[in-house]
Ligand binder design. Structure first.
Ligand code: FES
Length: 130
């Protein structure tokens, strides 16, 4: 193999290696933008009951004067929290407990639950960051 054909050979290899990575990067960016679109949900304010309620990806805590939303994803390893005992949110996987403002009461979780932003518009409420 002379120097020119060796150069061509390595260029071809480089092109062959670049194509799949470019394709993967494209698919990843497409998936990321789809996730961004689906990262919010709009629901009727009145459909959220008073107290603690579990809504698939988020937890709502509502009283007469305020409402808060938290990710239902446990801050330990990401299990979905969907139960409470009194005012404590209980993770089913390893038993972490959180208070109604998302603070850790009992580990193994070390971080609070992620509080989610929301916007209230008349009778609807949109929760972001799901
Ligand atoms: S995932 Fe919730 S305590 Fe481990």
């Amino acid at each position: 193999m002379n120097a020119v054909s060796r150069r061509k050979f390595f260029k071809s290899i480089l092109v062959l290696l670049t194509v799949p990575f470019t394709w993967l990067a494209y698919l990843n960016s497409k998936q990321t933008s789809e996730n961004a679109v689906s990262s919010k949900i709009t629901i009727l304010y009145d459909a959220i009951p008073m107290g603690i309620s579990f809504h698939d990806k988020f937890i709502a805590v509502k009283d007469q004067t305020s409402i808060k939303f938290f990710s239902a994803k446990c801050s330990h390893l990401g299990c979905t929290i969907k139960n409470n005992i009194g005012d404590e949110l209980i993770c089913p996987c390893h038993g972490s407990r959180f208070d109604i403002i998302g603070n850790v009461l009992n580990g193994p979780a070390q971080k609070p639950l992620q509080q989610l932003n929301f916007k209230k518009n008349k009778s609807e409420i949109t929760v972001y960051g799901l």
